[in-house]
Design a protein around this ligand. Structure first.
Ligand SMILES: Nc1ncnc2c1ncn2[C@@H]1O[C@H](COP(=O)(O)OP(=O)(O)OP(=O)(O)O)[C@@H](O)[C@H]1O
Ligand SMILES: [Mg+2]
Length: 255
């Protein structure tokens, strides 16, 4: 019998501040609307902010599970997660950032694989640095969503990142142009961006998704896509998020 396994997705970018955390959390909300059980894992080990974004105080984190895995005492990943709501749980970055470099990179694939046995969707937030941790995450997940802004340095760095992914035969990444993060930057056309990164833009988040009141959501620990008005106010981006989610749920995974 084939064991049911969820999809794992890493939201990555070649630069910081491109919207990885916001979009990881927003996508978690979209999967909840699709009635999927979601685990958000915060592999931004030194500066992870998923739990504080969602106003959650935590008891256990990635350091605890990694430490227990070292002595093989992890039975159920759910003992380490923090509940957000009925559908979404969080496996947070270390509360104490000094513990971040004590996390054994060899445990990363085990953590993701265990998560995929208990959840329909495992969404991973990361730091943009290509270190042992993020490489291990990228090598393990079924899907990589690469966020890029309309910004010269980001576009150039993304080109380099795509070269690296291609050279290492990653076939499971999609590129998302995020126009919502810096909605006034429109220097490059879509044609320019595709030409520079030498890759298709698979999805575009529009400038309309720029939230003037994002602070309100963050202060209240709310997921914007779960706001009952989201699909009306941001119809275009709601549809884009739905397309990303259904493409992932319906696609062939990296096995
Ligand atoms: N659609 C949006 N509208 C308004 N502000 C946004 C939007 N998306 C992201 N931001 C804001 O931009 C900043 C960077 O976003 P975010 O933290 O998601 O990026 P990141 O790629 O995770 O950054 P880091 O590399 O530092 O982890 C945050 O202050 C966030 O609240
Ligand atoms: Mg972040």
């Amino acid at each position: 019998m084939r064991i049911k396994r969820g999809n794992s997705i890493c939201v990555f970018s070649s630069k910081g501040g491109v919207g990885k955390t916001f979009n990881t959390i927003s996508l978690a909300g979209i999967f909840e609307l699709l009635k999927k059980k979601v685990l958000i894992i915060d592999f931004d080990l030194y500066s992870g902010d998923v739990a504080s974004y969602l106003n959650k105080s935590i008891k256990k984190d990635l350091f605890d599970i990694s430490l227990d895995l070292d002595v093989r005492v992890v039975k159920d990943i759910k003992e380490y997660v923090t509940k957000f709501d009925e559908y979404i749980d969080i496996l947070p970055a270390p509360i104490d950032p000094r513990m971040a470099n004590k996390i054994n990179a060899n445990n990363i694939s085990t953590i993701i694989d265990k998560a995929a046995l208990s959840y329909d969707v495992v969404l991973i937030d990361t730091n943009h640095a290509l270190n042992e941790i993020s490489l291990s995450v990228l090598q393990t997940v079924d899907w990589i969503l690469l966020l890029v802004k309309n910004d010269p340095l980001d576009i150039k760095n993304t080109r380099n990142l795509i070269t690296l992914l291609d050279e290492n035969e990653f076939r499971n990444y999609k590129v998302i142009l995020n126009n919502s993060r810096d909605p006034f930057k429109r220097y490059f056309t879509l044609f320019d961006i595709k030409r520079i990164i030498r890759h298709n833009i698979d999805y575009t988040l529009s400038e309309e998704l720029y939230l003037k009141e994002i602070e309100k959501y963050i202060m209240e620990g709310l997921i914007v896509t779960l706001d009952s008005k989201f699909s009306d106010y941001f119809f275009k981006d709601y549809k884009t998020y739905l397309t990303i989610a259904t493409d992932i749920l319906g696609g062939d995974r990296n096995e």
